[in-house]
Write a new protein. Structure first.
Length: 369
């Protein structure tokens, strides 16, 4: 049994880790807790939330500290509490942004315990890691920590450019089969007040310029004149202007339990991305979610999606190219095969992460995943 300290921010990928019980940083600790490891999660909230011990179940405990309007006092309180927790930890898993890796690295050196730095995105693309001093410190931590867990193979390759030694592990995203599964399409469309008779294409997630969402708008504008039954469905926070069109259905920001309903309502799900420092290294969580719902999808042919569908090039489109996206949509409307095979569950990914922790705690270098 290991005592594992997790350092992270509370809000990530437009969700609240504890309130929404969402994603990688919620699921993996709880899967590890089910294997009798002692998990202490410490998170910093950039929004005003309840503080102190806010969740405890079995061997997993989450504690939250508010950053406050000035940020630095809250960050210092987080650091002090992390220092107290680190004294009894066997390993630190630092997640979600560069600053938590930097704090984790200091504590690992101070208390002589291994740090595993989790990169679920290319943190160098984030504003914080582009600042002087932070950028250099981030690179130093990646080079010197006990191990790095990367969400995708392209990101792992990127890390190998400046971390020359071992212990770079790919730990991808997964899904919970109790949440993401195939549902009745007619029921899902009724639940969301979507058209029953038309063909629906769409996406769920952050609708942002740097994700190439404008190319989906342009592709739809091209297709709607050819196919009068095609509709576009969008869900998630938006930082772009959504075109006004009676066949564009913007559902807003939905609770997590509604996202599988969206995917099951669609004929074709689209994963938009651009060929930039984000798109080349991310592993879109929605890819596994769509696969678990058995919904036909297409994705921008960049980074991990290009690798995932290397044997299905007709399921990809050229990133930042609305004509290619429109052509891919038409292909998939005529060929709705899925044939995704087994979809990774969080417990499978937790087994890989557990093995990484054992490697850094015992000094071995044998990894099966």
């Amino acid at each position: 049994m290991l005592n594992i300290l997790i350092l992270t921010k509370r809000q990530y990928t437009n969700k609240d880790l504890v309130d929404d019980r969402f994603g990688r940083l919620w699921e993996l600790p709880h899967e590890l807790g089910s294997k009798s490891h002692q998990i202490q999660g410490l998170c910093l909230s950039y929004r005003k939330r309840s503080e102190g011990f806010i969740y405890a179940s079995g061997t997993v405990t989450w504690e939250s500290i508010n950053a406050g309007p000035l940020k630095l006092p809250g960050l210092y309180s987080f650091f002090k509490r992390a220092r107290e927790c680190a004294r009894t930890a066997d390993v630190i898993w630092a997640c979600s942004d560069s600053i938590y890796g930097i704090i984790g690295y200091y504590l690992s050196r101070r208390y002589n315990i291994p740090l595993v730095f989790d990169l679920f995105d290319n943190f160098e693309y984030f504003l914080l890691a582009r600042l002087p001093v932070i950028k250099q410190a981030y690179r130093h931590v990646v080079r010197k920590c006990a191990a790095v867990t990367c969400v995708s193979n392209p990101l792992a390759d990127r890390v190998r450019e400046y971390r020359r030694h071992k212990n770079i592990f790919v730990v991808e995203n997964a899904v919970s089969s109790t949440v993401f599964k195939s549902l009745n399409k007619k029921f899902c469309r009724s639940a969301l007040n979507l058209p029953h008779g038309g063909r629906l294409i769409g996406t769920a997630g952050h609708l942002a310029q740097n994700r190439g969402i404008k190319h989906l708008f342009e592709a739809f504008d091209r297709l709607k004149h050819i196919h009068p039954d095609i509709h576009l469905v969008l869900a998630g926070p938006s930082s772009v202007s959504i075109p006004h069109d009676e066949r564009i259905h913007y559902l807003g920001v939905l609770p997590m339990e509604k996202i599988p309903v969206v995917y099951n309502a669609l004929d074709i799900a689209v994963i938009c991305n651009s060929d930039n420092a984000f798109g080349r290294y991310c592993f879109p969580q929605k890819a596994r979610e769509i696969m678990a719902c058995d919904t036909p999808m297409i994705a921008a042919g960049v980074g991990s999606m290009q690798e995932l569908f290397r044997d299905r090039p007709d399921w990809l489109y050229a990133p930042d190219n609305s004509s290619s996206l429109a052509e891919a949509i038409e292909r998939r409307l005529n060929d709705k095969r899925t044939e995704y095979g087994p979809v990774a569950q969080w417990k499978d990914i937790a087994n890989k992460l557990e093995e990484v922790f054992h490697i850094v705690c015992t000094g071995t270098h044998h990894y099966s995943g």
